[in-house]
Design a protein around this ligand. Structure first.
Ligand SMILES: CC(C)(COP(=O)(O)OP(=O)(O)OC[C@H]1O[C@@H](n2cnc3c(N)ncnc32)[C@H](O)[C@@H]1O)[C@@H](O)C(=O)NCCC(=O)NCCS
Ligand SMILES: Nc1ncnc2c1ncn2[C@@H]1O[C@H](COP(=O)(O)OP(=O)(O)OP(=O)(O)O)[C@@H](O)[C@H]1O
Length: 198
């Protein structure tokens, strides 16, 4: 069974992914793949440098993620350029990893931009991690050291909460404690598992 997992920035997707892994799911993480395809020395990074200039490299030759983030979350056209390089490479890797998963596995695709992609209906079910905007902002400021402007520009670059909830088979509300979250994720997996073995 293939399940899409999405949620706004800092809604708690990665936390839900780790709980799902502990519960035995195979998780394919688009954010992680988006890092791998532009790792030091890759053709992907070369294309990003061609588009954005060598100033987006650190002295060690890695992509300076904070610098690229500052550029693309302030300018939609530049964000589209970056996405046009990174997304097809991520998509290729997703296909490869999916082919390697067992037919009986619960395969969860953690895709931050699933609502934006128009691909939600290619999954057997979609889990949306949901938290009010104020909670997302509070977590970004508290845990990532971002400024209010950084936080708001990422939220502005994403689909609305309503757009995400509209594609959900299951909404996981993440306004409570981590224990509440774990309970809710376990409940959703219990509902998914019988469907997976049918
Ligand atoms: C701009 C980059 C370099 C910033 O890196 P940084 O380490 O600060 O953030 P990270 O990659 O960990 O992403 C954190 C969160 O930001 C949000 N985000 C990332 N890219 C985008 C985007 N293109 N549009 C909207 N939100 C985004 C997501 O909620 C994501 O979970 C990086 O996010 C990137 O390469 N983005 C383009 C690729 C992409 O679209 N990735 C998202 C899904 S594949
Ligand atoms: N229920 C919760 N209570 C308190 N903190 C939480 C809760 N859920 C998640 N967090 C914290 O909020 C932050 C954001 O969570 P997480 O990294 O899982 O979000 P994300 O949706 O994966 O973010 P991104 O879109 O940036 O990848 C993390 O520091 C995480 O530990």
């Amino acid at each position: 069974m293939r399940v899409g997992l999405t949620g706004g920035v800092a809604s708690g997707k990665s936390t839900v992914s780790s709980i799902l892994r502990e519960l035995g799911a195979v998780v394919i993480d688009a954010d992680q793949l988006a890092r791998e395809v532009v790792a030091r020395g890759t053709p992907g990074l070369e294309r990003v440098v061609d588009a954005f200039g060598p100033e987006i490299l650190t002295p060690e030759g890695d992509m300076d993620r904070a610098a690229v983030g500052a550029i693309v979350f302030a300018d939609e056209a530049k964000r589209k350029v970056l996405e046009s390089i990174v997304h097809p490479l991520v998509f290729e890797r997703i296909i490869e990893l999916e082919a390697a998963a067992g037919a009986e596995d619960l395969v969860v695709h953690d895709i931050p931009l699933l609502a934006e992609s128009g691909r939600a209906d290619t999954f057997d079910a979609v889990i949306v991690v949901d938290a009010p905007t104020e909670v997302q902002v509070e977590r970004m400021l508290r845990d990532r050291g971002w400024t209010l402007e950084d936080a708001e520009s990422r939220i502005a670059a994403q689909a609305s909460r309503d757009d995400r909830r509209a594609i959900a088979t299951y909404v996981i509300d993440n306004t409570g404690t981590l224990d509440d979250l774990r309970r809710r994720v376990t409940e959703v997996v219990e509902e998914l598992r019988p469907a997976a073995t049918r």
